[in-house]
Design a protein around this ligand. Structure first.
Ligand SMILES: C[S@@+](CC[C@H](N)C(=O)[O-])C[C@H]1O[C@@H](n2cnc3c(N)ncnc32)[C@H](O)[C@@H]1O
Length: 220
């Protein structure tokens, strides 16, 4: 099935609020667990979460690893407002910062993060080459990359089935968003080519569920 792009930033208030209110507890917990396992033991690492959205993932990481210094970035002011509200509910978040910026043009020096993570941003991005180049630029040698995103299904019928199975109880707006996101997602082969073109040949692309792919890499 041909990819149908969707808008990059989720900066409509209603859309951000619906996303922040949705129940992603199980998928977010699985993502955080996988990040912690893949990254291994590191002393006070600097962590970058690209497209941090409403902030549930960086918040969970800070609760579980209070010595990790986490920066969440998102281009959407509406999403960052949700993330800041969530942060203020947790009094003991040790080291969590948010920055509004485009993930394809990061305001950070080269090689300054030990771990770069992202959940569900790649399918939003049209200019994937600059996205991957920025990731490579800001990550330290021996740094860990762990990105998870949707994998584009074979056809629209399968996309509709996935929406029904995994978001059948969510609002119509959220179901519509999930459907559009599945159609905008890249396939594992497309992502592998993107990584090769961005000089990240050591990165592995794995289809990990019927709707998710992972990119995992320890930089040389
Ligand atoms: C589907 S949400 C995922 C949010 C969060 N990672 C999560 O899993 O809950 C995608 C987020 O990526 C952000 N985003 C999309 N393109 C971006 C870009 N080029 N730069 C920064 N943020 C971007 C959107 O604004 C949105 O908040």
């Amino acid at each position: 099935m041909r990819r149908i792009p969707e808008p990059e930033y989720m900066d409509i208030e209603e859309e951000a609020a619906a996303y922040a209110a949705a129940d992603f507890d199980a998928v977010n917990a699985a993502f955080v667990h996988a990040v912690l396992e893949f990254s291994g033991t590191r002393a006070a690492p600097r962590v970058l979460d690209l497209g941090s959205g409403p902030g549930d993932i960086p918040q969970q990481i800070c609760q579980m690893r209070p010595n990790w210094r986490v920066v969440g970035v998102d281009a959407s002011r509406a999403m960052l407002r949700c993330a800041m509200r969530r942060k203020s509910e947790y009094k003991k978040t040790a080291w969590l910062r948010y920055v509004q910026c485009d993930a394809k043009k990061l305001p950070f020096p080269a090689h300054c993060f030990d771990i770069v993570i992202s959940n569900s941003i790649l399918h939003h991005i049209a200019d994937v080459h600059n996205f991957w180049l920025e990731i490579r630029r800001v990550t330290k040698s021996q740094g860990a990359l762990f990105l998870r995103d949707l994998a584009r299904p074979s056809d629209e019928k399968e996309a509709a089935r996935l929406v029904q199975e995994y978001s059948g109880k969510e609002s119509p707006l959220l179901q519509e968003e999930f459907y559009r996101s599945l159609l905008a997602a890249y396939t594992p082969d497309e992502v592998q080519r993107q990584l090769h073109d961005a000089d990240l040949p050591e990165a592995q692309v794995l289809q990990v569920t019927d709707r998710h792919l992972d990119v995992r890499c320890i930089l040389p």
